[in-house]
Design a protein around this ligand. Structure first.
Ligand SMILES: Cc1cc2nc3c(=O)[nH]c(=O)nc-3n(C[C@H](O)[C@H](O)[C@H](O)COP(=O)(O)OP(=O)(O)OC[C@H]3O[C@@H](n4cnc5c(N)ncnc54)[C@H](O)[C@@H]3O)c2cc1C
Length: 301
């Protein structure tokens, strides 16, 4: 097996163009499991850990550019050189990152690797869908942005071309509360039975959702988003920050559950996943709305 270890993004892209079958490896928390269990025998490995351009994050014109090699520990603030600032900027992702694996996995595993694996159960994905993020993909041919809801193309499949690498994720600075909730068969080191993320976007009077582990790919609950945004508009609740009618909360949960296409598997039944999603949707909406009411000002910072 050939092992290539580029020192720059230009070298990494050249190596990927020269050997499109080479498997990129970042934290290795998915790739090494596949190699160790002989599920994959790639002709080559392309080690991205020495590519400085993939690390770190920055703010650019009201949006955050989070490098593909940013780890869960950096997202939670457990290992953030500037004191957990990224986690405070992206609260939904920080909540999700806290549920991932163990400290060891959170220190190694990256947001780019989560996207690269494109598992329906990847915990970043519901938050990125709810936030309306874009995936930055680069090759020697150039750089493009892929809306995250077009990125997942099938079970563990994504929209990358063979010569492309994920270089970053672009996320709008949240203008309202974000929430994430996950059900597992135990409290730690667990793949989601199902998960749900919610983002309120008061700046554009919109609602974002993401469902994990309840369809062949991570998906949005589009009808639920439209229903809730319409209900908030109709009763001027974005402005008044009044209490949410329980009928709205219940219907939102029902529509989220209806958007799922779950299967029965070792972690849970389809029926349980549907039920759980309605509960998670109602819970996250209740938490997010309480935070929005408390925040008082027009736009959260
Ligand atoms: C014990 C354990 C617990 C775990 N718990 C969770 C959990 O709770 N939630 C969860 O979501 N996941 C979990 N995982 C899975 C894994 O940790 C995550 O998917 C993680 O984000 C993968 O990141 P990585 O950097 O280790 O990726 P790698 O293993 O290095 O790569 C994963 C995939 O992405 C590709 N890739 C990596 N970087 C790039 C890039 N820049 N461009 C293109 N392709 C790229 C690789 O080729 C590979 O196909 C767990 C894994 C283990 C072993």
């Amino acid at each position: 097996m050939e092992f290539v270890q580029p020192d720059s993004l230009a070298e990494a892209l050249a190596a990927k163009a020269a050997a499109p079958d080479a498997v990129p490896i970042a934290g290795g928390t998915d790739v090494m499991v596949e190699l160790n269990f002989a599920r994959r025998r790639p002709a080559g490995l392309l080690d991205l850990t020495r590519v400085p351009e993939l690390g770190g994050w920055e703010t650019d014109d009201g949006r955050l550019r989070v490098g593909a090699a940013v780890t869960y520990a950096e997202l939670t603030g457990e290992r953030d050189p500037v004191g957990g600032v990224l986690g405070r900027r992206l609260p939904g992702l920080a909540i999700a990152a806290r549920t991932v694996g163990s400290p060891q996995i959170r220190n190694r595993g990256t947001i780019g690797g989560n996207l690269g694996s494109a598992s329906p159960a990847g915990d970043c994905h519901p938050c990125l869908l709810a936030a309306g993020a874009e995936v930055e993909a680069a090759s020697e041919r150039g750089t493009r942005l892929i809306p995250v809801d077009e990125f997942f193309t099938g079970v563990k499949r994504n929209a990358l071309a063979p010569d492309e690498l994920i270089t970053a994720v672009w996320i709008g600075v949240p203008s309202g509360p974000e929430q994430f909730a996950k059900i597992g068969t135990r409290n730690a080191m667990v793949i989601a039975v199902t998960a749900f993320a919610l983002a309120l976007h008061p700046d554009r009077r919109a609602v974002g959702t993401g469902i994990g582990s309840a369809a062949p790919t991570p998906v949005r609950a589009r009808e639920a988003e439209a229903f809730l945004a319409g209900a908030l508009d109709e009763s001027s609740l974005w402005e008044s920050r009044g209490a949410l009618p329980s009928s709205v909360v219940t219907e939102f949960g029902r529509l989220v559950s209806a958007a799922a296409r779950p299967i029965d598997d070792v972690r849970g039944t389809a029926a349980y996943r549907r039920h759980a999603l309605a509960v998670l949707a109602r819970r996250t909406l209740t938490w997010a709305w309480a935070e929005y009411r408390q925040s008082g000002a027009g736009v959260l910072t």
